[in-house]
Design a protein around this ligand. Sequence first.
Ligand code: C2E
Ligand code: CA
Ligand code: CA
Ligand code: CA
Length: 278
Amino acid sequence: AKEAGRSCFKFYRDSMNATAAIRLQLEQDLRTALKSGEIVPFYQPQICAETGNIVSVEALVRWLPAQGGIIPPDEFIPIAEETGLINDLGLLVLQHSCKQAKQWLDQGHRIRVAVNVSAHQFRQLDFTQVVEKTLKECNLPPSLLELELTESVIMSDAEENIKRLIELKNLGVTLAVDDFGTGYSSLSYLKKFPIDILKIDRAFMCDVNSAPDDIAIVEAILALAKSLKLGVIAEGIEEAEQIDILKSSKNLLLQGYLFSRPLAAEKITPLLNQNFTH
Ligand code: C2E
Ligand code: CA
Ligand code: CA
Ligand code: CA
């Protein structure tokens, strides 16, 4: 079913290079999909390295077309960003995620949910209010919401953004820097900004067995996080060996296919009682 579903949408692949007509079609279909409930977040567990328990999940958006199959975000996020639909999409993911975290909480699972925030969304003047309103509507404790911002978004207008980040921090949400280490920014912003967590980019975790440079970078990030008292999430963990170089550190969460792929909410729920001691 997955293959069949995908082939219907094959022409979306590589949408950035597609013709104007195809892009327009994609935009229209995405607009419809946002209304019809075909766009939903999947969730990927983040496991505490010390205890093996799931402490949080990352919301990763998926398009589930009526025809079947799953369209990954790389095939529609770029168009969403270009057309401004990313704001609607982002709000939808935020609302779903907060509702889901509240549902898990009511079932006795204190799981934080991490939501990706695009540059567009973050720059909306009322973004903090939107987050505050959503938390209230869902009756979710703010500490159970984490916002993931990339380094490039944070650094795009550092002076303005620091105000925004402090506003968000004051709501009580957790702030994570996504794809950490891939930007070109100075590290000094980490001291100024109210950041809680660094997410080590998957690119650095890929070859830690073979590439000494990547090990050096990962170790440097761990040391930096330790001295600044920040949490660390290592993403893209596919093999147990990748965990070895991370072992010593406290406040470490692990995310990757080794533990679980991103899954629909109902498939995550039974995993919440599971222990992932490696
Ligand atoms: P990201 O935020 O860096 O998300 C991590 C990506 O790595 C996800 O891809 C996830 O499925 C994948 N991944 C996790 N563990 C492994 C692993 O062990 N091995 C490998 N090879 N990959 C792993 P995904 O779900 O396709 O998302 C791609 C990107 O799309 C995300 O990268 C993020 O930038 C964007 N995205 C996803 N959902 C949203 C959303 O709701 N809003 C926004 N603005 N962007 C989103
Ligand atoms: Ca992310
Ligand atoms: Ca990432
Ligand atoms: Ca990424």
